[in-house]
Design a protein. Structure first.
Lengths: 379, 367
């Protein structure tokens, strides 16, 4: 019973600190929301309306048809039309266009003669991902243009055998419209709960070290685990509150549908903030100053968390060492769970494995914080 | 002379603050390299599963083309139900289904099709994967059907060339992106940290009662840190160039001028933080949070042309937008001043405005 009282006392003190300093409160509740809003609205992986420049040196019905095939696709937006190819080079160097097409004079004549006419397509490679997608579009648009020409040719000479064609039908599961919000927003929920709880907790013990209040704790009859729990519960609690706000934001503002079990996601979030908060406490116990604690949190938690959490790409695409790294951290499991619940409709049963692992991470992190603190006290 | 003595003092303070030295060294020298080596969107042995209902020589020839480096067949599926489990458990990111009439249709000259069912949870990669399979299908078809079937129809051959980064080496982009983004945060943080340090140690009063004028205090916080940031940037660029064979095609002088301008402009934001924060951790967190909207208005995270209109128009007011245009323009594209001058003008004007706001607030608090 006594230890419960001591845990409550530490909690009480932490809550008082949290409520008195408006900056910490802002950090706990406001910053995650701001991050979510800015990133949710700001990130965009859709490749549409790529700014395009065309130098049409042919100026025939065929060259205009090819131009129209590009602009009508919705993937390219015509920005510059010129007769000088050099202009396109400058425009691309200045970043005003990302793709350029040069239709040489004599294209229509070559086509009419049944020859192959070369058209130059240049794509700005400074953003490789987007360049790769834009190249795919350009090739597909030209292939389509050719298919149409072949089809009309076959119609004109109906006696000959038809040309076989092979189409690839893309079906996208879990996110049929490929709306990148559905991809980004659940990911951001995870990233925010990964980032802010350890920032908050890593400052707590170091703050007491800087002010000297830690000596009171060292000499007080309080066990390490009582002190750690007392520190962890208020911050994990407020981060869990922030989870609900982020969730409301995801569903209400970004219109991400949640298909799976709310209970599973919330349970996962609670375990996850406990784990990340406890990791922050471990850091806080090990370093001396608040600044060092912040920097260590960035290096130890945020950087690997972003890279090995599966935020940007599935864990299954990482190489073997990357996949191994992802297991050192609870972020990958919670990312899998969050995207699963939001988009794949995971229920409690489908989430069970991830939840178990998250619970193990949380327990291990709390244990590590307690052990780290005890070691320090003996010195 | 007084200013020089002050600058000397600031550099010494900086060197005695291990946390700050660490931040600069870590984020300028190590982070861009680290970011470049990780985190790819490109298809690299993208895990797919194959569900071949046709089981013919043709379908096997098609499956044979789904191979590394881009794709990697991790599983072969024999029942439809498995599609669900494979995608749900993340065992593969796409399932390629070949329907049973595949070879018959091809032989008859009809329209055959292949289905790609991909995991839309990861939009960027699934988009590229779809495009790759479509490309593979076209190659497969071309390899099968000989030119004879063209029968004299003129066709367009699109010769697609990628400029500036022919091999689409994503390390270049990711390294530069991280570097440009780091410059912004460091240039903001350093002057703020030095000023807040004075507040914490109570030496700010000493400075104020000394004959040093407020603008000199301000200049001494900004100039040495700007120099340090530019040096770090050049070092980082050197590391990226060495490690990933990244070319620096344009004029280094232009790049240095632009970097100096952006660093001083960002120093204005640092001054703002210095007036608002009382402790170093607070200043660090403020810089970190301010950095997020700055990145979103610069084009480091989403290129400007892909932004929604409101965000796009806001970027016109952000000096960083112009800086990035110059950065990528000089390093990768080899663009000369004659092409980049509008960006340099925008950077100068908006940067000066940003600095002025910070300086005004700073001089009001400490003047």
């Amino acid at each position: 019973m006594g230890s419960l009282r001591r845990v409550r006392a530490v909690m009480h003190k932490e809550l008082a600190v949290l409520l008195r300093d408006r900056f910490y409160l802002l950090m706990a509740i406001g910053f995650p929301l701001v991050t979510m809003l800015l990133m949710g609205y700001g990130m965009n992986y859709d490749v549409r309306n790529v700014p395009l420049g065309i130098a049409d040196l042919d100026g025939t019905a065929d060259s205009r048809a090819l131009t129209a095939a590009f602009t009508a696709s919705g993937y390219f937006r015509l920005v510059t039309v010129t007769r000088r190819p050099r202009t396109l080079d400058d425009e691309m160097a200045a970043g005003r266009i990302r793709a350029a097409i040069e239709i040489p004079s004599g294209m229509a004549r070559a086509l009419a003669a049944g020859r192959v006419a070369a058209v130059l397509v240049a794509v700005d490679g400074s953003f490789p991902l987007r360049a790769d997608i834009a190249r795919g579009y350009a090739e597909a648009i030209v292939a389509r243009f050719n298919q149409d020409r072949l089809a009309t040719a076959v119609l004109r000479v109906p006696t000959e055998a038809a040309v076989p064609s092979l189409t690839v039908e893309s079906r996208i599961w879990f996110n049929p419209t490929l709306d990148s919000n559905n991809f980004i927003v659940p990911g951001l929920l995870v990233i925010n709960l990964l980032m802010w709880p350890p920032v908050l907790t890593s400052l707590t013990v170091t703050r007491e070290k800087e002010s000297g209040a830690i000596l009171n704790v060292q000499t007080a009859p309080i066990a390490g685990w009582e002190y750690m729990l007392g520190k962890l519960i208020p911050y994990a609690g407020i981060s869990f509150l922030s989870y609900w706000l982020l969730l409301a934001c995801a569903v209400g503002l970004f219109h991400v549908r949640m298909l799976g079990s709310l209970v599973a996601l919330s349970l996962g979030a609670l375990l996850f903030v406990t784990a990340t908060g406890a990791i922050g406490l471990v850091i806080s116990v090990l370093v001396r100053t608040q600044v060092a604690a912040l920097l260590a949190t960035v290096v130890v938690v945020m950087v690997p968390g972003m890279e090995y959490s599966g935020f940007a790409e599935p864990i299954s695409t990482l190489d073997a060492s990357g996949r191994l790294m992802s297991h050192f951290f609870p972020a990958a499991d919670f990312m899998f769970l969050a995207r699963g619940v939001f988009l794949k409709g995971f229920g409690l049963a489908a989430s069970a494995d991830s939840l178990m692992r998250l619970a193990a991470y949380a327990a291990a992190a709390v244990l590590a914080a307690t052990l780290a603190f005890r070691k320090r006290r003996k010195r | 002379m007084r200013l020089l003595a002050l600058i000397d003092k600031e550099l010494r303070t900086f060197l005695r603050e291990p946390a700050l030295v660490f931040v600069v060294a870590y984020s300028l020298l190590w982070a861009p390299y680290q970011a470049a080596s990780q985190f790819t969107f490109e298809l690299n042995r993208y895990p797919v599963a194959v569900y071949d209902l046709d089981q013919s020589a043709q379908s096997r020839a098609f499956v044979d083309r789904l191979r590394p480096p881009y794709l990697n067949v991790r599983r072969v599926i024999t029942r439809e139900r498995e599609i669900d489990t494979v995608l749900e458990r993340d065992e593969a990111s796409a399932v390629i289904v070949i329907p049973e009439n595949f070879s018959r249709r091809l032989a008859a000259g009809g329209a055959a099709s292949v289905q790609v069912i991909s995991d839309g949870t990861y939009t960027p990669t699934s988009q590229i994967a779809g495009a790759y399979v479509a490309g593979i299908a076209q190659q497969f078809l071309l390899a099968r059907q000989q030119p004879a079937s063209r029968r004299g129809t003129g066709l367009v051959d699109a010769r697609v060339r990628i400029r500036y980064n022919e091999a689409l080496i994503s390390e270049w982009y990711r390294g530069l992106e991280e570097l440009f983004s780091t410059i912004m945060i460091i240039a903001m943080l350093l002057p703020a940290a030095l000023m807040v340090r004075e507040k914490e140690q109570g030496t700010v009063e000493q400075l104020l009662v000394s004959p040093i004028r407020p603008w000199e205090i301000m200049a001494a916080k900004i100039l040495p840190m700007a120099l340090l940031t530019v040096l770090g940037t050049l070092g980082s660029l050197g590391i990226l160039a060495r490690a990933f064979d990244m070319p620096v095609r344009g004029s280094l002088a232009l790049f240095i001028v632009a970097t100096m301008l952006v660093v001083i402009a960002t120093g204005g934001l640092g001054l703002l933080i210095a007036t608002a924060a009382r402790t170093l951790p607070t200043a660090l967190i403020m810089a970190f949070v301010l950095h997020i909207p700055i990145s979103f208005l610069s084009g480091t995270i989403t290129p400007i042309e892909a932004m929604p209109p409101a965000q796009y128009y806001l970027t016109l007011l952000s000096p960083y937008r112009y800086y990035l245009e110059i950065g990528y323009g000089v390093v990768l594209k080899g663009a000369p001043l004659s092409v980049l001058w509008p960006d340099l003008a925008g950077l100068t004007v908006l940067g000066a405005a940003m600095f002025a706001v910070g300086a005004w607030r700073f001089l009001r608090q400490f003047g």
